[in-house]
Design a binder for this molecule. Structure first.
Ligand code: ASP
Length: 489
C-alpha cells in the first residue's frame, strides 16, 4: 500500500483541517436566537446574534428597557467587550446563557475540535519533562570534560543572539518599507481594551535569573518551569561528571535507559501528528473563519514577509555556509516539528517533536540537540523578536501618524530582543511581553487591542520560525563541534 511520508501526511491534515473549518464557518458560523424562558430575574427577553467576529446580546427587562451588549475584539466602540472572558466577568449570568444557547454551530463544534486536537498536545506535554531531563543528562554525560560544555555554551549563545538580532533588523526593514500603520483602513480603538499586565523589563530579567536557581527542583518539575529544569539538570549532570568513576557511569546508564524509552514513546506519538494538526486547524478556522487569515492585511503582510525572509533566506544561508548542509533536506527532516509548531503555536509544546526530528530524522547528535533545543525553546525566539519589533512600530505609526525616529527604533530593537528571551514558549506569550516595549517608547498599551484579532495566525507563523531557528542552531553547533573535535559531536 502506498504510504505517504509523514510530513506530507501532516501537511494534508493541516490543509484539510483549514478547508473544512472555513467551510463550516461559512455555512454554520452565525446564529440567532430569542429566549423568553428561564432567564435571570428581571429579564423578559434575551436575543443573541452571533457571528465569527461579532456577537450582539440584547436584553429587554420588566420595564421594557432594551440594553445591547457587543462582544467584538476589533470594534472601535468604547463600550464593546473585547472578549467573551471580559464580558463574562462583567455579566456572568448572560455569558452562561450565551454559552449554552447563543453560540453558532461552528463555535460549538469548534470547542470539540479544540479538545480533540488538545489530546495530541497533551501527549506531547506528557513526554516533555522526562524527555528533556533524560536527554539533557545523556547529552552532557557524553560530552566528557567541562571544557567542551563551556565551548558549546558559548557557540550556542552566540548563535541565539546573532540570529535574533538579524530577525529584528529584518522586521524593522519590513515595517519601514510596508508602512502598514500609515496606509489607513485600520481604526484605532477609542477606549482602552483589557490587556494583560506585565512588569518592568528589569523585573522580568531578574525573574528569569531567579528561575535558573529553583528553590525546589521537584516543584520546578511539577510546574513545569523549563528554565529551572534545564538549569538544575545541567548542574546535576556536570557534577555527576565531576564525581566521575562508578557514580558517573550509573548516572549515565540510568539516563540512557530512560531516554531510550522516552524517545520510543515520542516517536510513536509523532505518528498521530497528522490527526492532531487536522483538529487544531479545524478548531482555529471553524471558530474564526477565513478572516483569521485576511484582516489587517498590510500589517500581516509586513510580519509574514519579514518572517518568510528570515526563515527562507537568512537561516538557510547560515545552514548552507556554516553547517554545510542542504537547507531543503534539513527542513524536510524537521518538518514534523515545524508543522506542529505552526498549528499549536507553542515552542515548548513542540519540543519533544523537535528533539525527536533532529535526532532521528536529521541525524544530529543527542549531545548537541539535548543541549541546544530545550534551551532554545525557552530563550531563543527569532520569530517572536521580529514580530514584537514590527507590531510595536506598526502601533507607533498608527498612533503618531509617522514612523518612530531611528533612536526610538533602536530602543524597540533592544527591548524586543530581551522580551523574546523572556517570553514563554506558549501561545500568545509574545502579546504579554509586548507591553514592556510599548512602555519603553511611551506608547499607550491599549493600542494592542487592534492587533489582538489577528494574533493567532501571526503567533502560529512566528512560533514556526522560533522552532526553525532552534533547529538551525542545533545543526550549526553540531557542525562546529564536529569540526573542532574531529568526530561527530
Ligand atoms: N507562541 C510563541 C512560541 O511558543 C511565543 C510567542 O507568543 O511569540 O514560541
Amino acid at each position: 500500500m502506498l504510504r505517504l511520508a509523514l510530513h506530507w501526511q501532516i501537511l494534508i491534515g493541516m490543509v484539510a483541517g483549514a478547508a473544512l473549518g472555513v467551510g463550516l464557518n461559512v455555512t454554520a458560523g452565525s446564529a440567532s436566537v430569542t429566549l423568553e424562558e428561564n432567564l435571570p430575574a428581571g429579564l423578559e427577553q434575551v436575543e443573541i446574534d452571533s457571528s465569527t467576529s461579532r456577537t450582539e446580546i440584547r436584553t429587554t427587562d420588566d420595564a421594557e428597557r432594551l440594553t445591547t451588549y457587543v462582544i467584538d475584539p476589533s470594534s472601535p466602540d468604547p463600550d464593546a467587550f473585547r472578549s467573551l472572558g471580559s464580558f463574562g466577568e462583567a455579566h456572568p449570568a448572560l455569558a452562561r446563557i450565551y454559552l449554552e444557547h447563543g453560540r453558532s454551530p461552528a463555535q460549538r463544534y469548534g470547542e470539540w475540535f479544540r479538545r480533540l486536537g488538545g489530546l495530541f498536545l497533551r501527549m506531547l506535554q506528557m513526554v516533555a519533562v522526562p524527555l528533556i531531563v533524560t536527554s539533557l543528562i545523556t547529552g552532557i554525560m557524553g560530552l566528557g570534560g567541562s571544557g567542551t560544555i563551556g565551548r558549546m555554551f558559548q557557540r550556542t549563545l552566540l548563535y541565539y543572539l546573532s540570529t535574533s538580532m538579524l530577525a529584528i533588523l529584518t522586521g524593522l526593514l519590513a515595517v519601514n518599507i510596508f508602512r502598514p500603520g500609515l496606509r489607513g483602513g485600520v481604526i484605532a480603538p477609542a477606549a482602552p481594551p483589557q490587556v494583560t499586565e506585565a512588569s518592568s523589563l528589569g523585573e522580568i530579567l531578574f525573574n528569569q535569573l531567579e528561575a535558573m536557581i529553583p528553590s525546589n527542583p521537584a516543584a520546578a518539575l511539577v510546574e513545569p518551569n523549563f528554565l529551572s529544569i534545564i538549569a538544575f539538570t545541567l548542574a546535576f549532570a556536570i557534577f555527576a561528571l565531576r564525581v566521575g568513576g562508578a557514580t558517573a557511569e550509573r548516572v549515565r546508564t540510568a539516563a540512557e535507559t530512560g531516554f531510550a524509552v522516552m524517545m520510543a514513546l515520542t516517536t510513536a506519538i509523532i505518528h498521530l501528528a497528522p490527526l492532531g494538526v487536522f483538529f487544531l486547524m479545524l478548531y482555529v478556522t471553524s471558530t474564526q473563519g477565513a478572516a483569521v487569515f485576511a484582516s489587517l492585511g498590510w500589517y500581516m503582510l509586513a510580519v509574514i514577509s519579514a518572517l518568510a525572509f528570515h526563515a527562507l533566506i537568512t537561516l538557510p544561508l547560515i545552514i548552507r555556509l556554516v553547517a554545510k548542509r542542504s537547507p531543503w533536506l534539513f527542513a524536510r527532516a524537521m518538518s514534523p516539528a515545524l508543522l506542529t509548531a505552526f498549528s499549536s503555536a507553542s515552542s515548548n509544546g513542540t519540543l519533544p517533536l523537535t528533539l525527536a526530528s533532529a535526532e532521528e530524522r536529521a541525524g544530529i547528535s543527542n549531545r548537541t540537540s539535548s543541549f541546544v533545543l530545550p534551551l532554545g525553546a525557552t530563550i531563543n525566539m527569532d520569530g517572536t523578536a521580529l514580530y514584537e519589533a514590527v507590531a510595536v512600530l506598526f502601533i507607533a505609526q498608527l498612533h503618531f501618524g509617522q514612523n518612530l525616529e531611528l533612536t526610538q527604533q533602536l530602543i524597540v530593537a533592544f527591548t524586543a530582543l530581551l522580551a523574546s528571551v523572556g517570553a514563554a514558549g506558549i501561545p500568545h506569550a509574545g502579546l504579554v511581553m509586548m507591553v514592556i516595549i510599548l512602555q519603553a517608547v511611551n506608547l499607550p498599551v491599549e493600542m494592542q487591542g487592534i492587533i489582538l484579532a489577528v494574533d493567532r495566525v501571526l503567533d502560529m507563523s512566528r512560533t514556526t520560525v522560533n522552532v526553525w531557528s532552534d533547529s538551525c542552531g542545533c545543526a550549526v553547533v553540531d557542525a562546529l563541534e564536529t569540526r573542532t573535535s574531529g568526530s561527530p559531536a
